[in-house]
Design a protein around this ligand. Sequence first.
Ligand SMILES: C[S@@+](CC[C@H](N)C(=O)[O-])C[C@H]1O[C@@H](n2cnc3c(N)ncnc32)[C@H](O)[C@@H]1O
Length: 308
Amino acid sequence: MPFHREPLRIMSSGQVHWVVAVSKKTFQKMIKGKKYCRRPYEIRLKDDKEKLKVFTGEKIKDHVYTSADEYYRCNGSSLILNQTSENLCNIRNGSIDVILTDPPYYDNLIYSDLSAFFYVWIKDRISFGHDDITDKSIFVASDKDKGPEQYVQQLTRVFRECYQKLKDNGIVVFSYHHNKVEAWISLARSIKDSGFVVTNVLPIRSEGNSAYHSSERSIKWDSIIVLRKKETTVPGADICSSDEMLRFCIQELKMKKSDVISFFRSLKLKEYVNHGLNAFHENDPGQFFDTYNKDIINAFENYNSINE
Ligand SMILES: C[S@@+](CC[C@H](N)C(=O)[O-])C[C@H]1O[C@@H](n2cnc3c(N)ncnc32)[C@H](O)[C@@H]1O
């Protein structure tokens, strides 16, 4: 079964060691989450190094609905729907303030394969088969008949649904990173075809060491991408020149080259979605998304020679 970073280790005794290790970690995370619900806290910085937990006195406790009809009928506040986001017809149009999401990163991970592991235990409690999960799952893997065009089509349907469900002044916020330019072009096409505009793009340090995406070579910074229905002036967005931004990414944020390239492609995504391609790049969007690659490589050489 092709999941996680390491293969299962089945010992001569018949014990499956790796699965035991993963389950333990997963349960520890769940216990941590439960404890947090009972006594939520905020993290405040005491000084540059020390972090403080500030307990807010709240409790996170709610009735969670799993049917949209019931949720609306009972005026509920939490609803979990276990379904594809390509069809959100059970959510009322124009009713959502914020959509906070994390879409599939092109060909990075095939989540439906990961879910095969858990499916064995949950299959009696859900009303769909594993093939259905794979069909609806969004990712690129040519050996599973999931090409880049299908990725764009599926993701476009998701963003169109988000557009319909969002209030006129609502926002969509999501994270993305990728080292392949095709991944950025596909994402940009999906957003553009949905009608959204990109009003901000910000870098944020992503997952820690234990996460599935992490390895020495993997990208460590996500781009946080903000979408709105109409172009809005966002204070702080676009105040930097590309040179200043490069210096900030390399010297202040200490990004690696692959992180900077990924982040600068997200800045180009904003330009692409909001203003389209110019005639020069019309037949070569890859070149458009890689406009800054040479500058980035030069900047690394310059900063390295300064530091030597
Ligand atoms: C980048 S991951 C998000 C991971 C998540 N932030 C987490 O920490 O577990 C992308 C997610 O999109 C989900 N996904 C794939 N196809 C989907 C679809 N059609 N509708 C809704 N979610 C989908 C995957 O199952 C996966 O959980």
